[in-house]
Ligand binder design. Structure first.
Ligand SMILES: [Zn+2]
Length: 118
């Protein structure tokens, strides 16, 4: 059997002899999981949109995310350190857009809509 990701020969599991298309390499397994998830989301595009409308589910999801963040502070810190350059670029762009929007809002009343209304 040839792996669809690395094109290398592999022995399929005896339980998945006809269905297995990816080898056991962690990289290939990661790609397989990501592709399966993408395919599932394609088949169920409204799943999380509908779930998010449920306030109970949203509250639980928020709690779960908060618990994870508190329990894995080290992983978040490691990720932040590893991606600091991208984060700086992102924040610079974000602040540039934010300040532009702020300037737009604080513009003196000189636009045609408000002119001559007093
Ligand atoms: Zn592979």
């Amino acid at each position: 059997m040839i792996c669809i990701y690395c094109q290398k020969e592999f022995d399929p599991s005896k339980y998945r002899r006809t269905k297995q298309r990816a080898c056991g390499d962690p990289d290939c397994q990661k790609k397989r999981q990501r592709d399966n998830l993408t395919a599932w989301q394609g088949r169920n595009p409204l799943y999380y949109r509908i779930k998010r409308m449920d306030p109970v589910w949203r509250g639980k999801a928020r709690q779960r995310a908060k618990r994870w963040r508190t329990a894995h502070r080290d992983r978040i810190q490691a990720y932040r350190t590893a991606t600091m350059d991208q984060y700086r670029i992102y924040m610079r762009e974000y602040m540039r857009r934010y300040r532009a929007a702020l300037r737009e809002r604080q513009k003196p009343a000189s636009d045609p809509l408000t002119k001559g209304q007093s």
